[in-house]
Design a protein around this ligand. Structure first.
Ligand SMILES: Nc1ncnc2c1ncn2[C@@H]1O[C@H](COP(=O)(O)OP(=O)(O)OP(=O)(O)O)[C@@H](O)[C@H]1O
Length: 276
């Protein structure tokens, strides 16, 4: 526990509030490979956390363990102080939303119907089933998610007619429609141009300001520098965690990526520039 407090937010008196999503000494096997080896980290509502690290560091495996999708083989994950497996699947899915790396969306469906899936209105793999009863609160949550991701203007278009960036925003709207306490995203800016990638980060920042806890796996360190809290993984272990200033140091990045980098302050944030 002491170690956990030290790693997460050393200057904040309440590093692990009661409503946090917490990994304590978590180990996860991926097949026979120990992909996550003793990770401790606390993720809080109202905080934008990013999990960074080189390819194969264990980022996706950790994210799936935080969602209860990968069983932990040691340690535990707790949500609001209760072990994740003490929550029913339905309770858990109301608290934790997931945006996977390659989010499969039903090509033939309208964007609005896809966003409605976030309310549990069916599963596209089994057909778009209307949720019953469908309430005004469900309708309002879909509207709000469309507005907050700027997807309402194409709510009647079919997924097959969207660009990659529009598709990603529709997927984000679907996740937000669930009104989760935490949103966990695996490389949400993958394949997006700079403008779309910044849009996604901007939308996430707004949600965080409204109290959502965001945990995003990010490869782009200059996007990750916009997060509040970073966890740098390497070889399945935490190399460093804390604020961007604490984590994005030439020493930590050299240890994790084997690269020499310069880290400079630009306006109100850090820029990581490889020397090679
Ligand atoms: N089913 C599996 N069987 C064996 N090894 C696996 C399996 N799934 C993942 N691994 C290994 O576990 C390690 C961690 O994988 P993971 O996908 O979590 O890493 P990552 O940090 O998300 O990587 P990337 O940035 O490349 O997406 C990798 O070395 C990977 O090869």
């Amino acid at each position: 526990m002491t170690d956990l407090l030290h790693h997460t937010a050393p200057r904040q008196p309440e590093a692990t509030p009661r409503d946090a999503l917490v990994a304590r000494d978590v180990h996860v096997q991926a097949g026979s490979f120990p992909a996550v080896r003793g990770v401790s980290a606390a993720f809080r509502p109202g905080v934008f956390s990013a999990v960074i690290g080189p390819n194969g560091a264990g980022k996706s495996t950790l994210l799936r363990a935080l969602l209860g999708l990968n069983p932990v083989t040691g340690g535990e994950v707790t949500l609001a102080g209760r072990p994740l497996n003490a929550w029913s699947r339905a309770q858990r899915s109301r608290q934790l939303a997931y945006l996977a790396q390659s989010e499969g969306l039903p090509d033939g469906a309208r964007v609005r119907d896809v966003v409605a899936l976030g309310r549990g209105a069916g599963d596209w793999r089994f057909g778009l089933l209307p949720r019953t009863p469908w309430t005004p609160a469900d309708e309002a949550a879909v509207d709000a998610a469309l507005d907050r991701t700027d997807t309402r203007r194409f709510e009647d278009r079919r997924v097959s007619e969207l660009s990659g960036g529009e598709r990603q925003r529709a997927a984000l709207a679907r996740a937000l429609a669930a009104e989760p306490r935490f949103l966990l995203l695996d490389e949400p800016t993958n394949h997006l141009d700079l403008a779309y990638a910044l849009d996604v980060v901007r939308y996430l920042r707004c949600e965080v300001a409204g109290g959502l806890g965001v945990v995003a796996v990010l490869h782009d360190l200059n996007l990750a520098a916009r997060a509040d809290h970073l966890v740098l993984l390497c070889g399945g272990r935490v190399q460093a965690s804390g604020t961007p200033h604490e984590v994005l140091t030439p020493e930590h990045l050299h240890a994790a990526y084997g690269l020499h980098v310069n880290v400079v302050q630009h306006a109100d944030r850090l820029l990581v520039i490889p020397q090679d």
